[in-house]
Design a protein around this ligand. Structure first.
Ligand SMILES: Cc1ncc(COP(=O)(O)O)c(C=O)c1O
Length: 319
């Protein structure tokens, strides 16, 4: 969509096709909290691992390949969806992934992720804490010889382009009458690339939708100024690569802070309830780190407004 809308970017901003797009939208009648609730369901966005990550990787891996890099070095918690998705799709393209992982509370989901990460062929370094990861960086850069350095969550401006594209995709679905223009979108805020991409893309898509980002990560500074800066860097990247962007404003943003609990990966009781209700009433499979907390915010009525609310489902379907 970006390529069709801004043809100059076809050459300058490459993309590898990993996803099955557009992902479906549907109304969630069983879960409504007094207002119209819809879902943008990315759970089967791509074959090996779905959710929001492959959308970013379409641009990230193409960028790495264009730079002639053979190894991706990236970061996350022990149960990182981002690290796993990167390893799976990079391997498809003949690239190797190195992961530096910090500790997070271990539950069934994290244990299952670790098994998948080991099976993905990724090289894992357990750096345990963020400061130790920073200290290990020069060693890792030297050892893996000029790897493509990918920030945590794939939330570089190049990664965020995946969600500029996603917003254009949503705009086309609104235009086609598949759903009404959402007044609000709610999604998990883990490293910020998805939110920043939407902030840029919604305006380009002609949507006046407001973004509500449910903060689930206390290990990064994720506030409005930071997210706005990432959105502006994404816009600058697009302009530098030849996209003649109209002067559309960034989407309005609210950061919702009451559903993180004790920190990244720490459970909150409302998420357990939200996971159960989403499964029973809407046939959606959520997890406890990101999407359970986000749905808990929705069900608690914390995303205020009157018009249609779109919950962006960012977790991969179980496999
Ligand atoms: C399932 C899931 N939802 C949401 C997010 C948050 O997306 P972002 O990192 O772009 O903020 C992530 C990753 O961080 C994730 O794995």
């Amino acid at each position: 969509m970006l390529h069709e809308r801004f043809p100059a970017t076809r050459e300058t901003l490459p993309r590898v096709e990993l996803c099955r797009l557009p992902t479906p939208v549907r109304r969630l009648t069983g879960l409504e909290t007094g207002h119209e609730l819809w879902v943008k369901d990315d759970s089967r966005s791509a074959p090996l691992w779905g959710g929001n990550k492959p959308r970013k990787l379409e641009w990230i891996l193409a960028d790495a390949r264009a730079q002639g890099r053979r190894t991706i070095l990236t970061f996350g918690g022990l149960g990182t969806n981002h690290g796993l998705a990167t390893a799976l799709y990079a391997r498809e393209l003949g690239m190797r992934t190195v992961l530096a992982l910090v500790d997070q509370p271990r539950d069934e989901h994290v244990e299952a992720q670790l098994v998948r990460i080991r099976a993905s062929g990724a090289r894992v370094h357990r750096t345990r804490t963020s400061p130790r990861t920073v200290l290990a960086l020069p060693y890792l850069m030297a050892r893996y010889r000029r790897p493509y350095l990918l920030p945590v969550g794939g939330s570089s401006p190049v990664g965020a382009v995946g969600f500029v594209e996603a917003a254009l995709e949503l705009g086309a679905q609104v235009e086609a009458g598949e759903l009404p223009e959402p007044e609000r979108i709610v999604l998990a805020l883990g490293s910020g690339g998805s939110v920043a991409g939407l902030m840029v893309g919604l305006g380009l898509a002609g949507l006046r939708t407001r973004v509500h980002a449910v903060l689930v990560n206390d290990k990064l500074r994720l506030d409005k100024p930071r997210l706005t800066r990432l959105a502006q860097r994404t816009r600058r990247l697009l302009r530098r690569r030849g996209a003649e962007l109209p002067a559309a404003p960034l989407a309005e943003l609210d950061v919702v802070r009451d559903f993180m609990g004790a920190g990244y990966g720490h459970p909150i009781p409302q998420a357990g309830d939200a996971i159960r209700r989403a499964r029973e009433a809407a046939d959606l499979t959520l997890e406890s780190v990101y999407t359970g907390k986000t749905m808990a915010a929705v069900l608690a009525g914390a995303i205020r407004g009157d018009g249609p609310l779109l919950y962006w489902h960012t977790h991969s379907a179980p496999r």
